[in-house]
Design a protein around this ligand. Structure first.
Ligand SMILES: *Cc1c(COP(=O)(O)O)cnc(C)c1O
Length: 488
């Protein structure tokens, strides 16, 4: 019997001659070897593929799929990532043949329904954000940031404004300064004040006529809604700059307020977060952007438009920044977002946000006496607790807690981000979780704080791999398996 938690590769299971399927002998002539291929390039022996029967294949991959945690198997309060339930209804719609089997070169007449969906979705995204001009092209949130900053650069170029700087608060996601750099801007950090909001004095000292864009996440990564944004927008606009809203935290404000109404000129959505697409190991994301009317001419092509009653992809736009993605974007994610939005309707989206905020506040109030939340008593859809006191007293770090949670069958919160909170644990329960799950999570957190520190430094104890060296895994990943001479 195989251990279901095994590091065996499918190659290790191979037995000569074993097959999942056997085909009858060909009853047509065998095609000759391709003469146009140089003989030296032709293999003389078949490739050493694993030889396994179907049950082994199925068990191998099914067992592998259970080695990671997922929203379908475990509570997953990974802050900033909005790991909400992925409704199976979305999957059913996305796998309809009219969506899933479409060829990207198919003629427009044959995909009118598909284009209609994308056209409607552009409209919905515009309505929810209060920014009417939409591109569905970018392939992830970070890609949306880059695309929007390129749109901004095109706008400044056309208006002959020499703008070089992009400002972002120190609590910003790392993608913000990275996108600024990639779009050719200098990235400037603005300090947060003790309450976690933008430090207005610091901002004012950095505002000049070189500012292109101020990027802000609102609610921010501390889970706090910065109500100074309209004032910030006034100051930035006065200098001719633009406001970018990082929309990763839209799950807190759907149907409650709109970025376009509180001062933003551009934003991205993360449909895989806010609109329930499976992500992380579960699938690709998307990063549609919404911009103000004056920025519309610079959006990437193609956009989906309705011309003479027919839906069509419009490429012909000389002021556009051009293409940022092949074909129409990551449409599978967009179909799921459409399904989610239509299923909920405006009131349903609003109540999803209200419940996300309620769940986060419930959890905050349950754990703050053990894990203080430096930025306050109330939060939006997530909050950042600190294990700094605990570490001082017992040596137990946020990392130890994160790792130990895996032993209790729960994914860890985001740790050590944002950088402005020491021993940060960023917790986002989402609206999908029940009170029982939240109570159990709080109880497990307390239980862990009572456990011996040594046990925690070595956690997790129940997973196949305990503590991989994260830096080495990222810096020199081994993505290949090499056939050992001994293996047959
Ligand atoms: C997730 C996230 C991003 C990046 O989005 P991706 O879709 O992962 O590229 C940017 N900013 C914030 C605040 C985020 O949480």
């Amino acid at each position: 019997m195989r251990n279901t938690k095994s590091t065996q590769l499918i190659f290790d299971l191979s037995k000569k001659g074993r097959r999942a399927a056997r085909f009858p002998a060909a009853d047509v002539p065998v095609a000759p070897a391709r003469e146009w291929l140089p003989a030296a390039q032709l293999a003389t022996t078949p490739p050493p593929l694993p030889e396994v029967a179907e049950p082994e294949v199925i068990r191998h991959f099914t067992n592998l799929s259970t080695l990671n945690m997922s929203v379908d198997t475990h509570f997953y309060p990974l802050g900033s990532c909005t790991m909400k339930h992925n409704p199976k209804r979305n999957e059913r719609f996305a796998s309809l043949p009219g969506f899933a089997d479409v060829h990207p070169h198919q003629s427009e007449e044959t995909i009118q329904g598909y284009l209609e969906l994308l056209h409607e979705l552009q409209h919905m995204f515009g309505e929810i954000s209060g920014l009417p001009a939409v591109s569905l092209q970018p392939a992830a949130g970070a890609h949306g940031e880059l695309t929007a900053l390129m749109v901004a650069a095109a706008y400044f170029r056309e208006n002959k404004m020499n703008r070089t700087k992009v400002l972002a608060p120190d609590s910003a996601h790392g993608t913000n300064p990275a996108s600024a750099k990639m779009a050719g801007f200098e990235s400037v950090t603005v300090k947060s004040n003790a309450s976690g909001y933008v430090d207005m004095e610091d901002l004012k000292s950095k505002l000049d006529d070189e500012i292109a864009v101020f990027m802000i996440t609102n609610p921010n990564t501390l889970g706090m809604f910065d109500s100074q944004v309209p004032e910030i927008a006034r100051l930035v606009h006065e200098r001719g700059g633009l406001i970018y809203l990082d929309g990763a935290n839209m799950n807190a404000i759907l149907g409650i307020t709109r970025p376009g109404d509180f001062g933003a000129d551009m934003m991205h959505y993360n449909p895989h977060k806010t609109f329930s697409g499976p992500h992380g190991g579960g699938g690709p994301g998307a990063g549609p952007i919404c911009v103000a009317e004056k920025l519309r001419p610079f959006l990437p092509v193609p956009t989906v438009e309705k011309v003479d009653g027919k839906y069509t992809l419009v490429y012909d736009n000389p002021r556009s920044i051009g293409r940022v993605r092949s074909f129409f974007g990551n449409v599978g994610v967009l179909v799921r977002a459409y399904s989610y939005i239509r299923t909920h309707g405006p009131d349903g989206l609003k109540s999803a946000s209200e419940n996300a905020v309620l769940n986060a506040n419930y959890l905050l109030s349950k754990i703050k006496h053990i894990f203080p939340v430096p930025q306050g008593d109330r939060c939006m859809h997530e909050f950042v607790a600190s294990a700094a006191d605990l570490k001082k007293k017992t040596g137990i770090s946020a990392m130890d807690i994160a790792k130990r949670l895996l032993d209790y069958g729960m994914h860890a919160p985001t740790v050590y981000f944002p950088l402005v909170v020491p021993e940060a644990m960023m917790i986002e329960p989402t609206e999908s979780e029940s009170k029982e799950t939240l109570d159990y999570f709080a109880e497990v957190l307390f239980r862990i704080t009572e456990e011996p520190a040594d046990l925690l430094h070595e956690a997790p104890h129940t997973t196949l791999v305990s503590r991989p060296n994260e830096v080495q895994a990222a810096r020199s990943p081994q993505m290949q398996w090499k056939l050992e001479p001994a293996a047959k």
